[in-house]
Ligand binder design. Structure first.
Ligand code: ZN
Ligand code: ZN
Length: 174
């Protein structure tokens, strides 16, 4: 039982880490798909919670979920129930963190528990929807700060790449 819990937790931790740093943040800097779909305003719960057949929404959702799905087979050998529980909890959190769009409010006791456990509440995730430079991390709040640092690094890279392209292929950045 304790092994299954550890595996589920590990899957969520590694999945969130890889998804945030290898997809979500780079996509914010270099891509358009995530900003166009997930950050589009005035959409409904099903759109944000990826409970729709819209191809672009599904693609963004699949790319974000891919790290969790790739990690699962490695942890499966340690504990299959743990890996399944991790994936289901990750899926449940996707739905739960978008319930703000339904008008749902996290009860204070649950918000307190989440704060202690570093788990992102729907209200915290909604900040990310309103300001794409805030509230990074899928599930855990402690990925927000390093994600912002990673965002700054990648924006610096993008700026220099543009500078390099504008100077007709001749490097003039510092
Ligand atoms: Zn969202
Ligand atoms: Zn985002």
């Amino acid at each position: 039982m304790s092994e299954a819990i550890a595996v589920a937790l590990l899957l969520l931790l590694i999945g969130d880490l890889l998804s945030t740093f290898c997809y979500h943040v780079p996509e914010h800097v270099f891509g358009r798909l995530h900003l166009r779909t997930h950050h589009s305003a005035k959409k409904n719960f099903r759109h944000y919670a990826i409970l729709t057949f819209d191809a672009q929404v599904l693609l963004d959702g699949i790319l974000g979920a891919l790290p969790y799905l790739l990690v699962a087979p490695f942890l499966w050998w340690e504990s299959a129930p743990g890996a399944i529980a991790g994936l289901l909890l990750g899926l449940f959190h996707v739905w739960w963190r978008h319930t703000t769009s339904l008008g749902w409010q996290t009860p204070p006791f649950l918000a307190g528990l989440c704060q202690v456990a570093f788990i992102i509440t729907p209200e915290q995730h909604w900040q990310h929807h309103q300001n794409p430079y805030q509230g990074f991390g899928d599930i855990f709040t402690f990925f927000d700060r390093p994600a912002k640092a990673w965002l700054r690094c990648l924006r610096f890279v993008r700026l220099n790449l543009r500078y390099w392209r504008l100077s007709s292929g001749k490097w003039v950045g510092n």
